[in-house]
Design a protein around this ligand. Structure first.
Ligand code: NAP
Length: 499
C-alpha cells in the first residue's frame, strides 16, 4: 500500500462514521480518513438545532454501548447532550486528526485492477482508498416541497433542519408546514413567544405521551457508580421497545389497539375542543408512519394563538399561505418541517462501481443492498444506515453498532486473506431483498400510501423488515462465501500490520 493511499475512506462524521472510525482504530487500522462536508462533526445532530430538539428514544439507549453515558440530564436527552456525547467520543478516541472537515465528496470510482476507490471532492481534490464506507445516513438532505408561488414569499423562511437562530420570532405570525417528529418538538417551544402560529397539517399522526423527566441526582450517582445497572437499564429499555412496539409494526391487533387507545385517551384529555380532536385522529393504523412521542404538543395546539389548518395548501404568495378552500393566512415566517430526502441514498454523490456502473442506475427501481450494507458490483464499498435498516420501534444506535461490527470484520477478513476486493454476489443480494420485501409487505408500513419510508413507486426502501434481534443475528458473523473476491498479489498480511 502506498503511503498516500488510505486503507479506509469514511464519508460522514455522524454516529455512523464515528462508530466505524472508533472500531477501526480499536482493530489497529491507522490509515483511515473521515471526510466531512461541514466544518463540524455530528451529522443530523449537528444540523438539527431547532428549539426543543431531543432524541425520541430513551437517552440511555442513545449513545454507543461501548461508551455508555451515565450522566444524561433527562430520560429523553436534549440535542446538546447528544452532540456533546459525539464530540466526547471524537476526542477520547483521538479521531479529530483523521477528520477532514469542509471536504465534500462529489463522487467515487472503483478501479478493479488496482482494487481501490478513487474519491473526488467538490473542490477537485482526489484521494485513494482500499475500502469505502459511506456513513451519510438517511436524514441528511432537507426536503422542501415544491409549492406554487413559494419563491415569491418575502418573509423569513427556513427548513427546520437549518434553523435560523439569528431571527427573533417574538410577536411574529408563523406558518409551519408539517406536523411530524421535528415539528412537534419545536412548535411547543415557540408558541409562547410568537403572536400567532398556523400549523399546516396534511396527515395527522399517532402520538403517545413521552413521560420525560430529569434524572434525579440519586439516579445519576447510581448510574455513575454501578455500570452494570446502566447496562441492565439499557437492555431493559431495548427489550421493552422490542416487546411493546415491534409487534405493532407486525400488525399485532392487541398492541395496535392498545397504542390507539392510549393515544386517543391522551389526546382527548389535553384537547378539549371536539372539532380539533377530530382533526387529530389518523385514518391509518398506529406505526404505519412513525409513532410520535410528546408531552407538550397537544397543549401547544390547544393554545388560543395556535391554529391547526387541515385544508390542503394551494399556493404561497409574497406574504401568505393560501389553502385550497380559498382562505389566506398572512405570515411573517414560514418554517418547512417537511423532513428529508430519504430514498435517494448517498445522493448527490456519484458512485461508480465495476464497469463504470453507477449506483443511480443500480437503484433505478429503488435502493437496495445486502444487509443494507453491500451492493453487488460495488466492490469494497459498505454502507452504514443504508437501505432497509431504519427502525420504527427502537434505537438506531443498535443497528449502527451491528453494521460497524460487520463492516470492520469484512475489512479484517479481506485484508488478512490478502484480497484485492470483495463484492457481494448478485444471487445473495437478490434473495435477501426478495425475502425482506416479502416480509415488509406484511408490515404496518405497507398500509399507508406514502411515508418517508417508501419511494415514489411505493417500495419500502428505508425500513428494516424484522426485529433488531433478527438484524443482529444476520450481521453477527461475516461469511465471505456471500461475496465474490479476488486475491492481491501478496498474501497473509494482518489488518494491523497492513494498516
Ligand atoms: P417527516 O417525518 O418526514 O415529516 C414531514 C412532515 O411534513 C409531515 O407532517 C408531512 O406530511 C409534511 N409534509 C411533507 N411535504 C408536505 C407538503 N408538500 N405539504 C404539506 N405537508 C407536507 O420529517 P421530520 O418530522 O423532520 O422527521 C423525520 C425523521 O427524523 C423522523 O421520523 C425521525 O426518524 C427523525 N427525527 C428524529 C428526531 C428525534 O429523535 N428527536 C427528531 C426529529 C426527527 P405527511 O405526513 O402528509 O407526509
Amino acid at each position: 500500500m502506498k503511503a498516500d493511499r488510505l486503507r479506509v475512506a469514511i464519508i460522514g462524521s455522524g454516529f455512523s462514521g464515528l462508530c466505524v472510525a472508533i472500531q477501526l482504530k480499536k482493530a489497529g487500522v491507522k490509515s483511515f480518513a473521515v471526510f466531512e462536508k461541514a466544518n463540524a462533526l455530528g451529522g443530523t445532530w449537528r444540523d438539527n438545532t431547532y428549539p426543543g430538539a431531543a432524541c425520541d428514544v430513551p437517552s440511555i439507549s442513545y449513545c454507543f454501548s461501548f461508551e455508555q453515558k451515565t450522566d444524561w440530564s433527562r430520560k429523553w436527552a436534549p440535542h446538546d447532550e447528544i452532540l456533546g456525547c459525539l464530540e466526547h467520543c471524537a476526542r477520547k478516541y483521538e479521531l479529530l486528526p483523521h477528520i477532514r472537515f469542509g471536504t465534500e465528496i462529489a463522487g467515487a470510482v472503483f478501479d478493479q485492477a488496482e482494487g481501490a476507490w478513487h474519491l473526488r471532492t467538490t473542490s477537485g481534490e482526489t484521494f485513494v482508498a482500499d475500502f469505502l464506507v459511506c456513513g451519510t445516513g438517511q436524514l441528511n438532505r432537507p426536503s422542501t416541497p415544491v409549492i406554487p408561488g413559494a419563491s415569491d414569499f418575502r418573509g423569513e423562511c427556513f427548513h427546520s433542519a437549518r434553523w435560523d437562530h439569528g431571527y427573533d420570532m417574538t410577536g411574529k405570525t408563523v406558518g409551519v408546514i408539517g406536523n411530524a417528529s421535528s415539528a412537534i418538538q419545536f412548535i411547543p417551544q415557540i408558541t409562547k413567544q410568537v403572536a400567532e402560529l398556523f400549523v399546516f397539517q396534511r396527515t395527522p399522526n399517532w402520538m403517545l405521551p413521552r413521560g420525560d423527566r430529569p434524572f434525579t441526582d440519586f439516579e445519576r450517582s447510581l448510574f455513575a457508580k454501578l455500570p452494570w445497572l446502566v447496562k441492565l437499564y439499557r437492555w431493559w429499555n431495548w427489550a421493552r421497545l422490542e416487546v411493546l412496539f415491534y409487534p405493532v409494526i407486525r400488525r399485532n391487533e392487541t398492541l395496535s389497539r392498545r397504542a390507539r387507545e392510549v393515544s386517543l385517551e391522551n389526546m382527548r384529555s389535553l384537547i378539549p375542543d371536539p372539532t380539533l380532536q377530530e382533526k387529530l385522529i389518523p385514518d391509518y393504523p398506529p406505526g404505519a408512519k412513525r409513532i410520535l412521542i410528546t408531552d407538550d404538543y397537544y397543549q401547544a395546539l390547544a393554545r388560543p394563538n395556535v391554529h391547526l389548518v387541515t385544508a390542503p395548501i394551494d399556493r404561497i404568495t409574497r406574504d401568505s399561505i393560501i389553502t385550497k378552500d380559498g382562505e389566506a393566512r398572512r405570515v411573517d415566517v414560514l418554517i418547512y418541517a417537511t423532513g428529508f430526502q430519504t430514498t435517494e441514498f448517498l445522493a448527490p454523490m456519484k458512485i461508480h462501481g465495476v464497469g463504470g456502473k453507477s449506483l443511480d442506475e443500480e437503484w433505478n427501481n429503488g435502493a437496495r443492498a445486502y444487509l443494507g450494507i453491500s451492493v453487488a458490483g460495488f466492490q469494497n464499498m459498505f454502507m452504514m444506515y443504508g437501505p432497509n435498516t431504519n427502525l420504527g420501534h427502537n434505537s438506531i444506535i443498535f443497528m449502527i453498532e451491528c453494521q460497524t461490527r460487520y463492516i470492520v470484520e469484512c475489512i479484517r477478513q479481506a485484508v488478512r486473506g490478502g484480497l484485492k476486493w470483495i463484492d457481494v454476489r448478485d444471487d445473495v443480494m437478490d434473495l435477501y431483498n426478495a425475502e425482506i420485501q416479502q416480509k415488509l409487505a406484511g408490515s404496518v408500513w405497507a398500509q399507508v400510501d406514502h411515508s418517508w419510508y417508501k419511494n415514489d413507486s411505493g417500495v419500502i426502501t428505508n425500513n428494516w423488515s424484522g426485529s433488531t434481534l433478527e438484524y443482529w443475528w444476520k450481521t453477527r458473523h461475516v461469511d465471505l462465501g456471500a461475496y465474490r473476491q479476488e486475491a492481491r498479489s501478496f498474501q497473509g498480511a494482518n489488518v494491523a500490520a497492513a494498516a
